[in-house]
Design a protein around this ligand. Sequence first.
Ligand SMILES: Cc1cc2nc3c(=O)[nH]c(=O)nc-3n(C[C@H](O)[C@H](O)[C@H](O)COP(=O)(O)O)c2cc1C
Length: 176
Amino acid sequence: MATIGLFYGTDTGNTERTAKRIKELLEQAGNTVEMQEIYKKTKDDMAKYDLLVLGMPTWYDGELQGDWEAYIDEMKQIDFSGKKVAFFGLGDQYGYASYFCDALGVFAQIVEDNKGTLVGFWPVAGFEHDYSKAQRGDKFVGLCLDVDNQDNLTEERTQAWVKQILNEMGLSAVSA
Ligand SMILES: Cc1cc2nc3c(=O)[nH]c(=O)nc-3n(C[C@H](O)[C@H](O)[C@H](O)COP(=O)(O)O)c2cc1C
């Protein structure tokens, strides 16, 4: 049982829908999830959690979603020591094959630069993008989802990833 801060930003609702499902799955495993839109949040709003799940789409050839872009300077001021942070991102691997889920790479780097621990790396196997700032070797730095082209896989990927982050956060994945 733990309290997890879940922050997301969205333009057309896909990331919000995914965030709600992740919240539900984390709660089914006995945790409390405080879910908030990143819009107009301060560094203290995020810094008060030791366990974080952060969700964001990538827009316009590798650009950050607007509310996350507005937050980036706040985030750079957070000391992530002792915090475990899991990222999930939404993207389109065919339409934007050279920028797939780029935003995850940008924000994951901030967490690492500020001494946080990333959890929830996800295999690139099963995706056909050309390049992603979120990719390190054969893994993404978080869960990438493509509801535009592979929505049939979204639920299965989300469930598996939530189990993985529960384990990596030291919380037991008791029920599915
Ligand atoms: C104009 C436009 C630009 C986009 N640019 C990217 C991109 O650079 N990289 C990417 O992975 N996805 C890109 N996408 C796909 C979106 O990230 C994807 O549709 C996502 O699910 C949107 O999430 P949201 O509904 O939470 O805003 C783009 C989509 C559109 C319509």
